[in-house]
Write a protein that binds this ligand. Sequence first.
Ligand code: GTQ
Length: 350
Amino acid sequence: MQQLARLEDLPADYREELAQQNLVPLWPNLRSVLPPDKPLPNTRATHWPYAALRPLLLRAGELTPIEKAERRVLVLANPGHGLEKMQASAAMYLGMQLLLPGEWAPAHRHTPNAVRMIVEGEGAYTTVGGEKCPMHRGDLILTPTGLWHDHGHDGDAPVVWLDVLDLPLVHYLEASYHVDGERQAAKPAHGERLHAQGGILPTPFFERRKTAYPMLRYPWTQTRAALEALAAAEPALDAVQVSYVNPQTGADAQNILGYYALMLRPGQTLKLPARSPATVCHLIEGAAEARIQDQQFALSAADTCCLPGYTPWVLVNSSADAPAFSSSSTKPRCIASWASTSRDSDQAHL
Ligand code: GTQ
């Protein structure tokens, strides 16, 4: 590869004059923005064990009242980006949120998309766009861009969930902000009942409904049953994986990140191909090991890890008798050689 001229190879007066005109020579910087053969990711493979995180999150419950936190969250930050950046990967933000019995996290809406993956506890709910979505372990609940949301808790023990947002990407696009609102009057969410039968859609007269987000809550009982059915129907299938989609269109449930659930058969070793975007993996049930390059993470239930893009990785079910279930999120498609899939124009303007 050709060695390119450095900035210092240019006369000082010329560099000075360029800067005064807000001009930059490309060639000294070309290799850093277009590195040879593959990207140079900041995202590091990182494991956040729930056993270590949980006591610190519960302590946050004692230290900071909800009124002083608005959202009581410990952010799962990737050291490769710098902890202060509060990002798990270039596109993804992860946070573990705690709500104590009787607490209420006030209504707001914002440009980034969020989903919740419920980790532990019963009795909490989130109201999204006026629909009250109960939270049970393993459920995936959407909070799409621009929809009002507040969280409440009628149970008697702490509730914890994992927040996944496309915040770093939206922030990078200088499009991230929020607006405060009033507590919402809520009606029960019924999207998961309307769309419980895959392949059959409500069709008033002869027009199919077209709703941007027809299903906000993806109950774990349904997702788990779909994975079990897929595993039983296709015994030779390696990747027993399903996608969280908009049931009316079959497209990804939200338009920046894609969400999947995966079942590892007892004792299974699954090789996951390299993809261009980073992936986050959260273990819902069982025990598994994630291997990437020379690193190994022993994942217990409720653990979360992040895997950089452009690198194949392996998931191994640590149990020979029980399945393991995980969810993952990533950019919906690989970024092709020349195209970006960023969809900033789809973001709501509040
Ligand atoms: O629950 O609305 O982890 O607005 C970060 C920002 C959660 C939320 C986060 C948020 C929320």
